[in-house]
Design a binder for this molecule. Structure first.
Ligand code: AMP
Length: 299
């Protein structure tokens, strides 16, 4: 089964304490799509401008990502720039140039509307709604978000949360949304808002799932060095959705293992700038780190 991924397709300029890299391939949908492609066929929906480098289209194609839902419009590709502190859990946005994103409306090709697994990666909640409105009975829909939408589109976001099966957000967003400091209390409140599965991401400390079978504490892969964590959250949820879409036995039976696979793909993402490392990974590398995590957490 394939995964439909809708989100931002961007050029990212990233600054860390030791290096700077301009105009890398980025965006929530790009990271999630590459991550999911290790497990399943992926259909990407997004928008780029006429300035979008051909080498990035080639990269998508190397991962066999279906680009029939990628619009190419007159104008500039969405450009985001961020800077990390020495503690790479802390980042600030330096620049957001919307470009063609400003007037973007995601139109799904007919074939895409039947996709069973849908990932609404981080974009404006109104656009996430627009995608859901076009879908014909998807089997499993997960939405991701960011603090910006909590600040400027809260009503749309709350309506969206009611419409999805799974909702993913990071710990500070969960705190902002629920006013709860305790992550388990936040999970409880988030369930009351609608979704059957809620995942709170905690950066280098992993993530916590709350679902019908209770809670699951998913570790992050222990990395001795992080080069650039941009897109780690998107890689996590993309990898998870890719794995889930091909696993036999339904979501409940597979979501924990799917999170582990997502966590491992996210670890590769952190080892290079943008998608530089992730796009060089092989499925066997992923399986090796999954085995490592299995050993590290068994008791
Ligand atoms: P993450 O590190 O998982 O938070 O995701 C970083 C990605 O989010 C980058 O590749 C950015 O291009 C993308 N991004 C940043 N701001 C926005 C925004 N306002 N809407 C959608 N995507 C964004």
């Amino acid at each position: 089964m394939s995964v439909l991924i809708v989100g931002s397709t961007a050029l990212d300029s990233i600054k860390t304490p030791t290096a700077e890299n301009p105009r890398l391939l980025g965006g929530s949908a790009s990271h999630a799509a590459v991550a999911a492609s290790f497990f399943a066929p992926v259909k990407l929906v997004g928008v780029v401008g006429k300035d979008f480098p051909k080498k990035y289209v080639t990269l998508y194609k190397k991962h066999r990502i279906d680009l029939s839902g990628l619009q190419v419009q007159e104008g500039k590709t969405f450009h985001w720039s961020g800077e990390y502190e020495v503690n790479m859990n802390n980042r600030r946005t330096l620049l957001t140039e919307l470009g063609v994103f400003e007037k973007f409306t995601p139109h799904l090709p007919t074939e895409h509307k039947k996709s069973p697994f849908v990932l609404l990666a981080n974009i404006a909640p109104a656009l996430q709604h627009h995608v859901l409105d076009q879908m014909a009975k998807p089997k499993f829909v997960v939405a991701d978000t960011m603090d910006l939408w909590l600040n400027i589109a809260l009503d749309d976001l709350i309506r969206l949360i009611k419409r999805v099966d799974g909702f993913v957000l990071n710990d500070s967003e969960a705190h902002q949304l629920t006013k709860e400091d305790n992550v388990f209390a936040a999970l409880k409140k988030l369930h009351k808002m609608g979704p059957k599965y809620v995942i709170i991401k905690k950066g280098s400390h992993g993530s916590i799932l709350s679902g019908p079978k209770g809670a699951f504490i998913c570790p992050a892969y222990p990395l001795p060095k992080v080069v650039d964590p941009t897109g780690a959250g998107d890689s996590f949820v993309g990898g998870m959705m890719g794995y889930l879409s091909t696993a036999k036995g339904g979501v409940d039976a597979n979501i924990r293992r799917a999170m582990i696979y997502g966590s491992v793909v996210a670890s590769y993402c952190c080892e290079g700038f943008g998608l530089n490392r992730t796009t060089r990974v092989k499925r066997a590398d992923i399986d090796k780190r999954v085995s490592d995590l299995e050993r590290l957490t068994k008791f």
